[in-house]
Design a protein around this ligand. Sequence first.
Ligand SMILES: *Cc1c(COP(=O)(O)O)cnc(C)c1O
Length: 346
Amino acid sequence: MAIQIDFRSDTVTKPTAGMLEAMMSAKVGDDVFGEDETVNRLEHKLAALFNMEAGLFCPSGTMSNQIAIKCFTQPMDEVICDQTAHVYRYEGGGIAYHSMASVRLLNGSRGILTPELIEPEINEANIHYPNSSLVVLENTVNKGGGACYSLAQIEPIHTLCNIKGLKLHLDGARIFNALIRTGDAARDYGKYFDGISVCLSKGLGAPVGSVLLGSAETITKAVKIRKAFGGGMRQAGFLAAAGIYTLDHHIDRLSADHHHAQALAGALGKVSYVFSVMPVDTNIVLFEVAEGFKAGSIVRQLAEKGIACNTTGPKTIRMVTHLDISSEMIDMAIENIIHLHPSVHK
Ligand SMILES: *Cc1c(COP(=O)(O)O)cnc(C)c1O
């Protein structure tokens, strides 16, 4: 195998030299005592960026989402989200386990919800019904092939939640991809959401970490929940330093990931073993293999050419672009995609 180009996820990136240097020179302290100045700086920096009062550094996006859900619900409440939502599908049943809440699943278009979809699913006060207390949006939508909301789409959802007395949380694992794509400003997000989870370890390229943003009151509650979840870290400033570095250096370059994804989609659209490619909005390419092919078989045959990707179903494959994919790698990958003549028997 001549080349190894890893499109499995934007979580596979390794720290850059500059990032490692920032980590090595971080000033640290015990963050459970609130004494790690680098963690504090990261939390303040992101809170200011999104115009929210406070932030909380967490070991993973799963933890920051689950802390938010626990902050915004009581046992027996109901959470409203799209049926593809990460918080529902990929967080180990955490909503039931941590928050003892039920979930109402909607069918958005590529995971994108609208007030029209949400409103009829909000329960009226009635002894039979769970109390609808929280709506969770995802931006960009992972399972929706990186589809994104603009703020103009979010505003009426916020208004609906406000009128109905529901909280609104954003799973912003790839929020910077959405901001780059839509041109919306991070600072305008603060007024629409009660909680925002931002991942540093996806396209931004940090090795570890997510930050939950919210009001000072929410974050005070979240600190306690993080402790109970076992997520209170000590000299976490070494990790937070990587987060600060990515925010300073790796946001603008996300547009390159988006161009790379477009180029891959263009090539995949031309080959006979691909039936269709989902529209590419950001850094995720989802495609369906042609009649007679199995996704697993195509993935194996691409791997033999040094291209790593994953199936997302029996007929579907996902490729994700990120910090460690260069333009040269995209050219090489396209060359191999175009010239692959997959066997249906492999
Ligand atoms: C990756 C991801 C998360 C968080 O994942 P962790 O691996 O726990 O950091 C949350 N939401 C979405 C949409 C994601 O893609």
